[in-house]
Design a protein around this ligand. Structure first.
Ligand SMILES: *Cc1c(COP(=O)(O)O)cnc(C)c1O
Length: 369
């Protein structure tokens, strides 16, 4: 069985050493010593000013909207994981979908301005597959119209843009530390900002809005535990090695896939990539479905990611703007894109097998047209 991803697990002894400490201290959660240690190491590694370690990469999106008082229209991408749109809808905001760029599938800044109304408060964009959006152009639009910028940077751990962590851009940036991501804490996520006031707000939000025995404001429970922080402390030092291994696997695919009928998203100049995903785009959904069948027959499970285009989900229409907002590029790409298995320990022979199945299936489909 080969799955689209496989979580890295540290040596059990290393993890149990942290557990021993937790058992000794009987301090399990609520801003504990391991959580603080992890936050401090993450800030150091990422080179960011404020970082709050939370329970997952979805609740931090909701906290971002709350912290910036966003309740109305938000211009967002239809090409992301459903959590991006869910966070907007859950917070009562209206997602306004701007279509994506045909070359890298990130939100197209040239489509944003036409969608701005007097109700627009923010732009929420995803750095798709860990590759940076058009950050400067988005920032310029935000400044011109006084909009906030929130980045769903769930895929970007370890990736940099112009030498800085991609997480350091925008008013607020969020990451997921879910078991399937490049760096993980089993479940987890973080929110990043260089604004002191926002950081203070987020600190209180995370813990019910508590300020000592008093309350700062409405809050939520987004606290993560010492056991999750311990996993993070074990995985974090391995990240450079894990990314290097991913890069190797990436290279095996690049060498073996037949790109005459397969395309790949481009990388934004200035990005040092983290090799988070290996998406390939076929000429049609029919070809994609045939490839999926061929792979599954060999117990290989790729993933349609991202699918479907979020603007087409029934609840994003009913709970959103009330009508289908057309995003032809995203709708088209999401039908044809497939993420192939990619994880640090994936063997070269396995990539060889996967690439052969993909190439042969694509060739057969094309012979039959
Ligand atoms: C994984 C992911 C999320 C959600 O993160 P969780 O930690 O699973 O809640 C949000 N957005 C994107 C783009 C993701 O890939």
């Amino acid at each position: 069985m080969i799955n689209v991803t496989k979580s890295y697990l540290p040596d059990l002894e290393e993890y149990t050493a942290y557990l021993k400490g937790i058992w000794d201290r009987v301090y399990l959660t609520n801003d504990g010593p391991l959580l603080r240690e992890l936050e401090s190491q993450l800030k150091e590694v990422l080179g960011v000013k404020h970082l709050k370690f939370c329970t997952n990469g979805t609740i931090v999106l909701q906290m971002a909207l709350k912290a910036l008082d966003i309740t109305k229209e938000v211009i967002t991408t239809p090409f992301s994981y459903v959590a991006t749109t869910n966070a907007l809808l859950w917070e009562g905001c209206t997602p306004i979908f701007a279509d994506i760029r045909p070359d890298d599938y990130n939100i197209d800044p040239n489509k944003i301005e036409a969608l701005i109304t007097e109700n627009t408060q923010a732009i929420m964009a995803t750095h798709v597959y860990g590759n940076a959006c058009q950050i400067e152009q988005i920032q310029a639009i935000a400044e011109k119209y006084k909009l906030k910028v929130i980045y769903d940077a769930a895929h970007t751990f370890g990736a940099t843009y112009k030498g800085q962590s991609i997480l350091s851009y925008g008013d607020l940036s969020t990451c997921s530390f879910h078991a399937t991501k490049v760096f993980h804490t089993v479940e987890g996520g973080c929110i990043v900002t260089d604004n002191d006031e926002l950081a203070q707000k987020l600190h209180f939000y995370r813990s019910f809005g508590h300020r000592n025995d008093d309350y700062f404001s409405i809050g939520i429970n987004a606290k993560n535990s010492e056991l999750h922080a311990a996993m993070g402390l074990c995985v974090l030092p391995k990240v450079p090695e894990l990314i290097a291994d991913r890069k190797k696997v990436f290279g095996y695919y690049n060498d073996r896939l037949d790109f005459s009928r397969i395309t790949r998203p481009s990388l934004t100049p200035g990005v040092e990539y983290n090799y988070a995903y290996y998406p390939v785009v076929f000429d049609s959904e029919e070809t994609l479905l045939r490839v999926v069948d061929s792979l599954k027959a060999q117990e290989i499970t790729p993933r349609r990611y991202f699918y479907p285009s979020l603007n087409t989900l029934p609840f994003t229409i009913t709970a959103g703007a009330g009508e289908l907002q057309s995003c032809p590029i995203s709708e088209d790409v999401s039908l044809r894109v497939l993420c192939l298995p990619l994880y640090p320990s994936l063997a070269e022979e396995d990539v060889d097998r996967i690439a052969t199945i993909v190439n042969e299936t694509v060739a057969v489909v094309n012979e039959n047209v």
